[in-house]
Design a protein around this ligand. Structure first.
Ligand code: FAD
Ligand code: NAD
Length: 460
């Protein structure tokens, strides 16, 4: 900790080095403000995304997808882990220097907690420092939820999404929870050769998605050798030197699943305990999330919260958009708000990935909307050679279109490159480009985007 500098007058303090906070630190500093950014771990400069979340997992997924051959091979996994570690170390160093090199940013290492509405105490081992500023921004992220299941505490053979990335490649893996983390890790480990079983409490895999789309994802997971057991309610987990046993109930019967390792993937909760929010008068909700208004202001004047900590959608690009909203409030005209967000897409990085935006057919029907559906399996789309070129013609493309206005209500794209194409569809939705107009666009060839010509062509 740079104790000499802490006595300087600060304009803003940022707690946590997440996407929104680090970007704000740079933005405020470049606008002439004196900013301190506090990070508790030297392994986390740059936050969750680059160190334990998006980047390392997608690097491992990429290597799992591109491996030559099948079967359990720890050497291939070790090589992928090594590449991942080099990549995250490089990005962490870059993230650190990007702020550390700015004269008006003070990087403080330690764990922060409020001592009052304008004051922060930072603990770094035996050292303790006090900082104060009129503006304080909380960007402390989220942590894996620990369920009240006997034996589900992380340790030994029971892992969360962070520890499993540093464990030996399991021959058999039980995944508890079939959300983003559960499905992505299942797909990845299955491709590294682990025998994976996902236990999910939903009535079917990916129960929030339309049945035809979910079936396609499930088929690809099964191709890789992963099994999904739905309507499974986990009761307890036990472990010894030979392995772990997950006991779960399904249709009134208790089953036992043996495995080398267990991944708990039951959501992530805002990381706000221990921040001393009471001392600052910052209100939290039932999940520990910091309650904010649409301009990201908390209940305490001058204190804001960005990213996962404020209970919004848990994506890096939402934390980044929180930065835009707050930068506009602190430096601009204050017109930007979280309510401006339209058609926010997401991607689950299975192989191939499932990318979604807007309403599913089921959701549109629930809202009583009059829709037209354009849907095609990728293998049947004649004018889309790209998936065949790269050797994976699996997947499905589905559009939900407003029958009256021709506006795009939603889309599910499951195919190679879908994580890119979805951004174009989302932009079309935001800019109110109708289905017929999107259908008639000129797209490059061979690309995955050109599938939109043919799929939307079904609507006439
Ligand atoms: C396995 C996994 C895969 C993911 N994949 C994707 C993906 O592909 N795409 C996507 O968009 N999102 C993905 N996410 C979600 C994404 O990583 C998060 O939504 C995003 O990183 C949240 O960023 P943030 O700005 O809220 O804070 P974070 O990046 O979580 O940063 C918070 C920082 O605050 C620090 N901190 C916490 N408390 C204190 C304190 N008291 N004092 C000092 N420092 C503190 C932490 O050490 C941490 O560095 C994934 C998440 C996981 C776990
Ligand atoms: N590609 C991406 O963008 C990406 C990848 C990974 C994570 N993330 C983010 O991280 C967040 C956390 O991911 P996650 O998979 O841990 O959470 P999640 O919320 O996506 O999924 C959790 C799953 O666990 C189930 N569940 C919850 N409690 C349960 C219980 N007691 N018993 C059985 N099932 C239970 C839920 O029904 C859900 O299917 C995601 O919501 C997402 O925002 C994003």
């Amino acid at each position: 900790m740079d104790s000499a500098s802490v006595d300087e007058k600060l304009d803003a303090i940022i707690i946590g080095w997440g996407k929104g906070g680090k970007t704000l630190a740079g933005t405020l500093a470049r606008a002439g403000q004196r900013v301190a950014i506090i990070e508790q771990s030297s392994q986390m400069y740059g936050g969750t995304c680059i160190n334990i979340g998006c980047v390392p997992t997608k690097a491992l997924i990429h290597d799992a997808e591109s491996r030559d051959g099948a079967g359990y091979d720890p050497q291939i996994f070790h090589a992928a882990v090594d590449r991942r570690d080099k990549l995250t170390a490089m990005m962490r160093a870059k993230n650190f220097s990007m702020l550390d090199e700015l004269d008006s940013v003070l990087v403080v290492n330690g764990t922060a907690a409020f001592t009052g509405p304008k004051s922060i105490k930072v603990n770094a081992g035996s050292e303790e420092q006090e900082l104060s500023a009129e503006t304080i921004i909380i960007n402390t992220g989220a942590l894996p939820a620990v369920p009240e299941i006997d034996g589900a505490q992380i340790g030994g053979r029971v892992h969360d999404s962070t520890t499993i990335q540093h464990a030996p490649l399991p021959k058999t893996l039980a995944v508890v929870g079939g959300g983003y983390v559960g499905i992505e890790f299942a797909s990845m480990f299955a491709q590294f050769g682990s025998k994976v079983t996902v236990l999910d409490r939903g009535s079917r895999a990916l129960s929030k998605e339309d049945a035809d789309v979910a079936a396609e994802v499930q088929g690809c997971l099964e191709d890789a050798g992963a099994e999904i057991i739905s309507s499974a309610s986990v009761r307890s987990i036990s472990q010894d030197e030979h392995g772990a046993t997950v006991s779960y109930e399904r249709e009134g019967e208790v089953h036992r699943l043996q495995s080398d390792a267990v991944l708990i993937a039951l959501g992530r909760v805002p990381n706000t305990a221990g921040l001393g929010l009471e001392a600052a008068g910052v209100r939290t909700g039932s999940r520990g999330e910091i309650v904010v208004d649409e301009f990201l202001a908390t209940s305490a004047p001058g204190i804001y919260a960005v990213g996962d900590a404020n209970g919004g959608p848990q994506f890096t690009y939402i934390s980044l958009d929180d930065h835009r909203v707050l930068a506009n409030r602190l430096l601009g005209d204050g017109s930007r708000s979280t309510k401006d967000r339209v058609a926010v897409p997401y991607t689950i990085f299975t192989t191939p990935p499932l990318a979604r935006v807007g309403l599913s057919e089921k959701q549109a029907a629930k809202q009583g909307l009059d829709t037209r559906i354009a849907v095609k399996k990728v293998a049947e789309i004649a004018a889309m050679p790209r998936p065949k070129i790269v050797g994976d013609p699996r997947g499905i493309i589905k559009f939900v279109v407003d029958a009256r206005s021709d506006g795009i209500l939603g889309a599910a794209l499951m195919h190679v490159d879908s994580q890119e194409v979805i951004n174009l569809v989302a932009l079309a939705m935001r800019q109110r480009i109708g289905a017929a107009e999107l259908r008639d666009q000129i797209f490059t060839h061979p690309s995955s985007t050109e599938a939109l010509n043919e799929v939307l062509g079904q609507l006439g």
